[in-house]
Design a protein around this ligand. Sequence first.
Ligand SMILES: *Cc1c(COP(=O)(O)O)cnc(C)c1O
Length: 417
Amino acid sequence: MTPVNPFQYRDGVLHCEQVDLTEIARRAGTPCYVYSRAGILERFRAYDEGLSEVPHLVCYAVKANSNLAVLALLAQAGAGFDIVSGGELYRVRQAGAPASRVVFSGVGKTAEEIEYALAEGIHSFNAESEEELHLIDALAARRGVKARVALRINPDIPAETHPYIATGTREHKFGLDAAQAPAIWQRAQRLKNLSLEGLSCHIGSQLLDPAPILAAADVMLELVRSIRQAGYPVRTLDLGGGLGVAYRPGESTPDIAQFAAQLARKVAGADLFLIVEPGRSIVAEAGVLLTRVLYRKRTDSKEFVVVDAAMNDLIRPALYQSHHEIWPVHLSARPEILADVVGPVCETGDYLARDRRLANVLPGDLLAVATAGAYAFVAASNYNSRLRPPEVLVEGDRWRIVRARESYEDLIRGETI
Ligand SMILES: *Cc1c(COP(=O)(O)O)cnc(C)c1O
């Protein structure tokens, strides 16, 4: 069952669930991020139910969208969380989620972050180097606790994705070499303040074909067997995130529940607690960036639609040349135009779409930049001293602002002359 798109036209006007987007734009202003609660929950549940055959925890990757309200609704639905910084742990705790459902990934955990995570009592660390294992051990000793850790393995599987978000081959900074894993496990076993729980991996992001993740699962299961053969217990297996979403219409994407069930079938019978860390596939399609057209502008060769959202609000097109569909909030019968959709930032790279067939919009009209629930607001900046936009959460026929638009005072907080 493919989750439904929570953004649908009703009487020619784009709605999020039952809420008219013009209403949100009028009261919250633009630019503005809008998320669907049902859209997020439906995708989370597809994972959770797909994995039901085996003991498991779906650890939502906080970096995809770390708004407190989003974290809180996932926590209430039973999600765990994959974090990559102390700040993300703070957010998860502020959202009311138990630390016992948190796994901590990342190549560069600092001593302060490790201490914080030990104090909170997280589920486990996904350790990425022997040096890190030694540091966690030393800090756990000082605190008089045992730290639960998994070894993050680099299964050396190339993932078909943008080079900036492929992580699972030996050329990447992530993880420990699979061939060395049994020896590292053996050495780490002697560190008295570590409890070695299992193995983890994450091979990349925006994978439209799940085959590499399934292949990585096979490599990891083989590794579990060889470590067990050496006489060590392996209790958990974390297969990371990475499932892709459709940024272009008609792009075929893996069905979440089916994919999760495939993973569960592979792991079933291996006596493992399965963890997955999906981020994008839970939130991307449940969000849009609402923006208003400021100007139409023509040069000899090009047509520009200048909008009030820019690369500081949504950096994906500028950073990865990503495609985001752009939907008019009001459908019109006027013929489409061919245009670049650009923002006010003083950079040529500041665009949301290039040479795009688009609704023939006029100044004052609203556009919704699609698939903007993941890696969007979280990567927003104040570049050009622009105020970061508000975030809105829709639930049925109700909506509320879950992060206020920044003010000029916010912009200079902490600065002195
Ligand atoms: C980014 C990341 C994820 C989530 O990836 P998605 O592509 O958003 O599903 C999961 N695990 C780790 C370790 C990550 O770095």
